[in-house]
Ligand binder design. Structure first.
Ligand code: PLP
Length: 381
């Protein structure tokens, strides 16, 4: 059985989550909008999940809007709010997920201007540049809580204070942070937050936008008026039920999971450093599960492929577009050279990982590096 070390991409379904979902894939198939008992059962299940998510985030149920995924929630915040406000500037960090950066850029068609906020060489938002960015009239600011590649955690609390002083609506994408570090909605001080089910051992097909009650958005999808009119379309009941259970588990397991993952991460980093790895993020500022590194002269894609053959699933930092491998935009924004960025690989740990997985992974990595370097030296002769 291959060892999965790519939990920032997606997570497996927790057994407890699956158990909770099964009734809604069977007899509990009703449409939550129906007035009969089948509908009522489905509706109650959704409301229960809503309160589980609210409980995990410290907000009230009425603040949780279900979407189909994190990308949709990010789109809903930016586009839904932009269509309600007078066009101004939308500011976001240079390392946002494309569902933020591309949504923001699409607002140019309706008269908005965009401003990317710089990050430093460690992947941290440059606070001076953030202050400068919002010194001109700005409608919205979006900065992620934790980055999917580097795992670096931003000081969203300080950014939201800056935004509030200027009366700017502030959003954070907490998709990667949820379940890995402790936080809640009120203490971050943001007006909106995105989370996603499949990153916290829930099913794919559910996400949520958590909203400050003072925020008014226009929906992206019009129709039957589900989710208080903010997201029409018959709800994915089973996925939402699973999301609710996963959110509760994420909250209750976070502390224990973080400390066990942090120990494994430390071992990984020490051993990889010994093999000559260069790291892209500051361990102290990164999620407890994420290690992002490269070996000079080895393409990230090559290492991912070789490790896959050895039975280990990791990710490269490169994005494939139109058949060409592009270095990670996050690393380029951090000032990493394109050559070094092409070598980036990410190991992201999960609850199921054990010390034995780490030991086996490191052994396979040693063998792979030896093989690749002896191939390279043979090619040079
Ligand atoms: N935001 C971040 C930081 C992510 O890492 C991801 C997914 O990788 C998303 C948003 C999108 O979430 P989803 O896959 O639920 O659309």
């Amino acid at each position: 059985m291959p060892v999965y070390l790519d939990y920032n991409a997606t997570t497996p379904l927790d057994e407890e989550v699956l158990e909770a979902m099964l009734p809604y894939l069977g007899g509990g198939f009703g449409n939550p909008s129906s007035a009969h008992s089948f509908g009522r059962i489905a509706k109650e299940a959704i409301e229960n999940a809503r309160s589980q998510i609210a409980g995990a985030l410290g907000c009230s149920s009425s603040q949780v809007v279900f979407t189909s995924c994190g990308s949709e929630a990010n789109n809903l915040f930016l586009k839904g709010l932009a269509s309600y406000l007078k066009p101004a500037q939308v500011a976001f960090s240079a390392i946002e997920h494309p569902s933020i950066s591309k949504s923001a850029e699409s607002l140019a068609r309706s008269g908005w201007t965009t401003r990317k906020i710089r990050v430093d060489g460690k992947g941290l938002v440059d606070m001076g540049d953030a202050e400068a960015a919002i010194s001109v009239p700005t409608g919205m600011l979006s900065v992620m809580l934790a980055n999917n590649e580097t795992g670096v955690v931003q000081d969203v609390g300080t950014l939201s204070e800056m935004a509030r002083r200027k009366k700017i609506w502030m959003h954070t994408d907490a998709v990667q942070a949820f379940g890995k570090i402790p936080f809640d909605f009120p203490s971050l001080g943001v007006h909106a937050m995105t989370i996603s089910s499949h990153k916290i051992y829930g099913p794919k097909g559910a996400g949520a936008l958590v909203l400050d009650k003072r925020l008014t958005l226009n929906p992206l999808i019009d129709g039957g008026g589900q989710e208080s009119g903010l997201r029409s379309g018959t709800e994915n009941v089973a996925a939402i039920v699973g999301f609710g259970v996963a959110a509760t588990l994420a909250k209750t397991r976070q502390e224990h999971a973080a400390s066990s993952m942090a120990k494994m991460k430390l071992k990984l980093e020490e051993a990889l450093r010994g093999m000559g790895a260069a790291f892209f993020s500051d361990a102290d500022r990164a999620l407890p599960n994420t290690v992002y590194f490269s070996f000079s002269g080895i393409e990230g894609g090559t290492l991912v492929g070789e490790m896959d053959k050895m039975g280990f699933a990791i990710a490269s930092g490169s994005a494939c577009s139109s058949g060409k491998t592009e270095p990670s935009a996050t690393l380029l924004a951090m000032g990493v050279s394109p050559d070094l960025a092409r070598g980036a690989v990410r190991v992201s740990l999960g609850w199921e990982n054990t010390d034995a997985h780490i030991a086996a992974f490191l052994e396979a990595m040693r063998m792979t590096l030896d093989r690749l370097s002896s191939m390279a030296s043979r090619l040079q002769v």
